[in-house]
Design a protein around this ligand. Structure first.
Ligand code: ARG
Length: 256
């Protein structure tokens, strides 16, 4: 009996040290911890057409989903997409998920918690206003009630606008609905979703290019666990291959 317990303890100690060794190599160049189980768990927030939305079959679809599936194929891993709040994507990396793809802008603040892949798309924030609005410049936004999706770069822009009341929603589309209902003076949201939302209500809202407002170009990238160099290299290589072999352009054509 005693012998068996010691045996079990020894095996446990051995496997723990083996696991530890494995973890160490995951960050130093051997293997990626995120890829070790053959499954890449991907966080997204499927409320951001055309990059991600819930398809007719109830599953997340869109440019980002197609892109990460193509990346997964290159890496030889199964891709599992988890739909969650945009605001919890970054903090879920390394626990609930391996990476996140969500039209996510590379920012210095996010870089403190995650690494980013090479950027794959350029965007800018747009300003949606009611069709009869007189808002036309950055100064016109001062003191206004402005909607956005919580935790997005649009949200951070509103925080800086003098006297503006920042109305945060879990979904950008809910902000757009409140704009139409007269509860908001404007909504700040990324260029491509802005186009999609406007196309749904062409008589009710106008889509103003954020460049007129002095907003800077943003770059979308895949967010990854900090320090997993093997994963970062593999993902970047996959993105570059997809760009070189025409897959990336085909996805742009299909979705954007
Ligand atoms: N590009 C913006 C950001 O990074 C908005 C992204 C929102 N994405 C989404 N899937 N809801 O903050």
């Amino acid at each position: 009996m005693k012998k068996r317990i010691i045996g079990i303890l020894l095996t446990a100690a051995l496997s723990i040290s083996m696991l530890a060794g494995c973890g160490a190599s995951g960050t130093t160049g051997g293997e990626s911890e995120a890829l070790a189980d053959g499954v890449l768990t991907v966080g997204t927030n499927a409320e951001f057409p055309p990059f991600e939305y819930v398809g007719d079959d109830g599953e997340p679809d869109g440019f980002d989903i197609a892109l990460i599936n193509a990346v997964g194929e290159k890496l030889g891993v199964k891709v599992e997409v988890e739909n969650m709040e945009f605001d919890s994507l970054v903090s879920s990396i390394g626990s609930k998920t391996d990476v996140a793809i969500a039209g996510m802008t590379v920012t210095d603040e996010r870089k403190q918690s995650v690494d980013f892949s090479e950027p794959y798309f350029d965007a800018v924030q747009h300003v949606l206003v009611p069709a009869d609005s007189t808002i036309a410049s950055y100064e016109d936004l001062e003191g206004k009630t402005i909607g956005c999706q919580l935790g997005t770069t649009g949200d951070f822009i509103i925080e800086e606008i003098e006297g503006a009341s920042d109305q945060q929603y879990n979904k950008a589309v809910d902000a757009v609905n409140d704009l139409i209902n007269g509860r908001l003076d404007a909504v700040i949201v990324d260029s491509n979703p802005a186009e999609v939302f406007t196309a749904n209500y062409p008589d009710k809202i106008r889509d103003l290019d954020g460049e007129t407002f002095g907003f800077e170009t943003e770059q979308y990238a895949i967010a990854m666990p900090k320090g997993d160099k093997v994963l970062a290299e593999a993902i970047n290589k996959a993105i570059n291959e997809l760009k070189a072999d025409g897959t990336f352009d085909a996805l742009v054509k299909k979705y954007l």
